[in-house]
Write a protein that binds this ligand. Structure first.
Ligand code: NI
Length: 171
């Protein structure tokens, strides 16, 4: 178990199309555990393997309502509807922005035991995180969905823990 450094926008690994996982072995289980620790420590609601420098199709998500999900080789099988959401990313620190995401998202993947799973989410943080993290393994960052960098809103660091300036979920 351990906390890994998070790669920041500009790092080429974030722009690669990540490789499909072929074998779920001990080293992959260790990577998954480290990704969960790193996500929780950040803190963030999601993390994709390229964000810790591994060009692999592995994603972890933990939202308050839906709990921890580990997804290997996830694929969006259906996405419909549109909604505007505020979004941030651990690889783009200090900013948030409003972007368009789908309302309903269905994903198929393997869990960490290699079992086929299907996730359905609608109008919630899980739906948003699924699209955000699957973007990551395709080399896409949320800022790519903006028309212009002017749409980025700086997150003011909170000097007072009791009065956080921003309530944005980073993934
Ligand atoms: Ni992200």
């Amino acid at each position: 178990m351990g906390i890994l450094p998070i790669r920041i926008a500009g790092d080429p690994v974030l722009r690669e199309k990540a490789k499909k996982v072929r074998k779920i072995d001990a080293s992959l289980q260790k990577l998954i555990d480290d990704m969960i620790d790193t996500m929780h420590a950040a803190p963030g609601v999601g993390l994709a393997a390229p964000q810790v420098g591994q060009s692999l199709r592995v994603v972890v998500i933990d939202t308050p309502d839906d709990g921890l999900k580990v997804l290997i080789n996830p694929e969006i099988v259906k996405a419909s509807g549109e909604r505007r959401v505020m979004e941030g990313c651990l690889s783009v620190p200090g900013y948030q922005a409003e972007i368009t995401r789908s309302r309903q998202v269905t994903v198929k993947a393997l869990d960490r035991d290699g079992k086929q799973v299907r996730l359905k989410a609608a109008d919630n943080l899980l739906a948003q995180a699924l699209e955000h993290e699957i973007d990551h393994i395709n080399g896409v960052l949320y800022i790519d969905h903006l028309q212009s960098a002017d749409e980025l809103i700086p997150i003011r660091p909170s000097v007072d823990d009791e009065a956080p300036e921003a309530e944005v979920s980073l993934a």
